[in-house]
Design a protein around this ligand. Structure first.
Ligand code: S3P
Length: 174
């Protein structure tokens, strides 16, 4: 009998392509995809930006964590997580123990370039200096990302499809 695959968690900063890589990876591995931001938007019938402005960030983090922890107990999913998933200790435990966590890394200059036209990231709104803001967030979270990751993929010069290939090349590790 075929073994149910372990979960794969894509973690990393906003703009690290977790969502697009997750979609492609789930197709390649014939696994089901869970995008935590999309799931929360569906459940609440609100955009993430509305949740931040109307219910505040702390409420978003509670919903994100409750949803993530419940789902991550199951197996066989590719998760595209929100960039702040590593902020909670319970989430980090789930990332460590309930599957393989893959950190998609990119330097803040490249992230800023990828995100320059985005309207949907509340943590970046009003940020003229996108690269500086992303550097600050990266500096705050770097240790959390790195200590949660089983595998790290550098995405700086890559397109999403290349990132998927790089992940698949390391398939024996997870
Ligand atoms: C956030 C990242 C976003 C979203 C929310 C907060 C963060 O997801 O969850 O805006 O704290 O880094 P993406 O990483 O998919 O942009």
């Amino acid at each position: 009998m075929e073994k149910t695959p372990k979960n794969i968690f894509l973690i990393g900063m906003m703009g690290s392509w977790k969502s697009s890589v997750g979609r492609l990876l789930a197709i390649e591995l014939e696994m089901e995809l869970i995008d935590t931001d999309d799931a929360i938007e569906e459940m609440t019938e609100m955009k993430i930006s509305e949740i931040f402005s109307e219910l505040w960030e702390a409420k978003f983090r509670d919903m994100e964590s409750a949803f993530f922890i419940e789902k991550s107990i199951q197996t066989g999913y590719v998760f595209s997580t929100g960039g702040g998933i590593v902020l909670s200790k319970e989430n980090r435990n789930a990332l460590q123990n309930n599957g393989t966590s893959i950190l998609l890394k990119a330097n803040p200059k490249i992230l800023a370039n990828r995100l320059k036209n985005t309207q949907k990231r509340p943590l970046l709104s009003n940020s003229k200096e996108l690269e500086t803001r992303l550097t600050l967030i990266w500096n705050e979270r770097q240790t959390l990302y790195e200590s949660s990751a089983h595998v790290t993929v550098d995405t700086d010069d890559l397109e999403s499809v290349d990132v998927v290939q790089k992940i698949l090349e390391q398939r024996d590790r997870f």
